[in-house]
Design a protein around this ligand. Sequence first.
Ligand code: SP5
Ligand code: ZN
Length: 334
Amino acid sequence: MPVVRSDRCLLHEPAAEIWVGVPGPAAETPARLGVILDALDARVVEAESHPDEALLAVHDEALLAYLAGAWREWNAADLPQEQVVPYVFAHRELAARREPTAVWARPGWFAYDTMTLVGPGTWEAARAAADAALTAVDLVVAGEPVAYACTRPPGHHVTRAAFGGSCYLNNAAIAAAALSATGPVAVLDVDAHHGNGTQEIFRGRDDVRTGSVHVDPGAGWFPHFLGFADESDESNLNLPLAPGSGDGPWLEAVAELVGWAHGAAALVVALGVDAAAGDPESPLEVSGSAFREAGRLLGALGLPTVVVQEGGYDLRALGELVRETLLGLEEGRP
Ligand code: SP5
Ligand code: ZN
């Protein structure tokens, strides 16, 4: 299957992620892409640029405008932190109605955490990640059964107008919205964290259904506020798992997601591999062979499929985990 990539995805270099007020090393690094590509021996396709309209199908213009200029305005303000980071947040009880004017307050209108900094190359990389997802859509629309966007920064935590969780643009949602022009779409998210952005973007839409298996936010895991089973409805299915869950319950949940996708004419897989045992960012304990089996289950749907890279932070395992999943996807096809 074709693998879509872009060197521009390397331009986002998070200085740090600030967790509980303390800057620590970022998990979502440019090196992730290299180890994934090295593990694949597939046909490589360069991402092509796409117009903003494809992004505006799922994101507010204000978010795009902010991200495009955020680092420049921050840098010009000569603040003590080199990368853009919020210090106030547009909490619902502030009845926030307008973008704040101070350069140092504006991040809190758009960002919902302190782990998702904006640096000089962030916008270009995020834009390239979206272009990679859209290029994968083009390939599938042109007849490729499966295309994989090997991309970063990831996207599934981004809502219509707010970014966070190491994500800036919702690449999987952008792909799904583009694919929805061809018929009903299912977005299945196997990243260890709930795909809260994708869920909220498509809430109530009957042409794109969403499903996610992830570690239970109620057990204390990001994104904390969303991802609970009771958010499931006619167009969304959440399958939270207890921390420590391994292959059995995870594959059962993946099988349920696959059932949920029946009736769709195309599939987007939000492929985070951070559910793997050994990943530093999640307590799920999934093996490489279970990722292969998950690929087979997803492939068995036989749908035109766009796979978009999300999380996965264990640099020693990352390439193999993606490779196993993609091999499974090919093996499983009817
Ligand atoms: C795309 C994706 O997988 N985003 C996940 C972002 C979740 N990050 C949560 C980080 C929580 C704190 N990690 C601190 C590690 C300290 N050792
Ligand atoms: Zn994740």
